[in-house]
Ligand binder design. Structure first.
Ligand code: SAH
Length: 211
């Protein structure tokens, strides 16, 4: 994406720095991404606040701090191919697509997926493959992935996802119910090492049927 950062996006990136985000490419991606395009016009005035906001269908665009935090954790393993579960508005995908060569993203609500695809195309982000499907199953035919990010709360770590990681690959996932522990799970051969990052709050990852 080749554009001048807006003052509001730049200010958002500055506030994320103050909140502890230190990864420069991540801050730059936030500064370069017009978050208002991922929201209804009526919510546009809130686009650069560091808060989660509704995107329809009972879903939310994640809080920018969490987007940045999860992205900086995921980038630590220098992934080439990344899978995102829960495309939603497409904002997290826009950030990731500026930082990794190849992104695959899965969404179970068709209308959200269609909108996200259009937005990302308009921003000239073409290194993204979209799937309408149940992300609990991952996207095996495109895998394995160097990193997987789940942007909805899972009751437990889905086996299908860790099986789709490369050796050394990393899964970033919120696990729990009302509030969740954000986990970083690293694959080491057939072992999985889990590290707790912080407490977060996401909409649930639905296991099973499509909307
Ligand atoms: N990454 C998004 C966050 C959206 S909220 C953004 O930046 O806007 C979480 C999303 O996960 C919702 O759109 C929801 O429909 C989706 N989701 C929930 N369960 C899912 C599943 N099993 N497979 C795919 N997507 C799922």
């Amino acid at each position: 994406m080749d554009r001048l950062a807006s003052t509001s996006a730049l200010n958002l990136a500055r506030s994320l720095y103050e909140a502890g985000i230190r990864d420069e490419p991540v801050l730059k991606a936030v500064a370069n991404t017009p978050r208002e395009r991922f929201l209804d016009a009526a919510l546009g005035h809130k686009a650069y606040e560091n808060t989660a906001l509704p995107i329809g269908q009972g879903q939310t665009i994640s809080q920018p701090y969490i987007v940045a935090r999860m992205t900086e954790i995921l980038l630590q393993c220098q992934p080439q191919k990344v899978l995102e579960i829960g495309t939603g508005s497409g904002y997290q995908a826009a950030i990731l697509a500026q930082l990794v060569p190849q992104l695959c993203t899965v969404e179970r609500i068709k209308s959200l997926q269609i909108q996200a695809r259009q937005r990302l195309k308009k921003l000239d982000l073409h290194n993204i493959a979209f799937k309408y499907g149940d992300g609990w199953q991952g996207w095996p035919s495109k895998g394995p992935y160097d990193a997987i990010m789940v942007t909805a709360a899972a009751a437990s770590v889905p086996n299908a996802l860790i099986e789709q990681l490369t050796d050394g690959g990393v899964l970033v996932i919120p696990v729990g119910e009302t509030s969740q522990q954000l986990l970083k799970v690293t694959r080491k051969g057939n072992q999985y090492v889990s590290e707790a990052i912080e407490i977060v709050r996401f909409v649930p990852l639905i296991n099973g049927e499509l909307a």
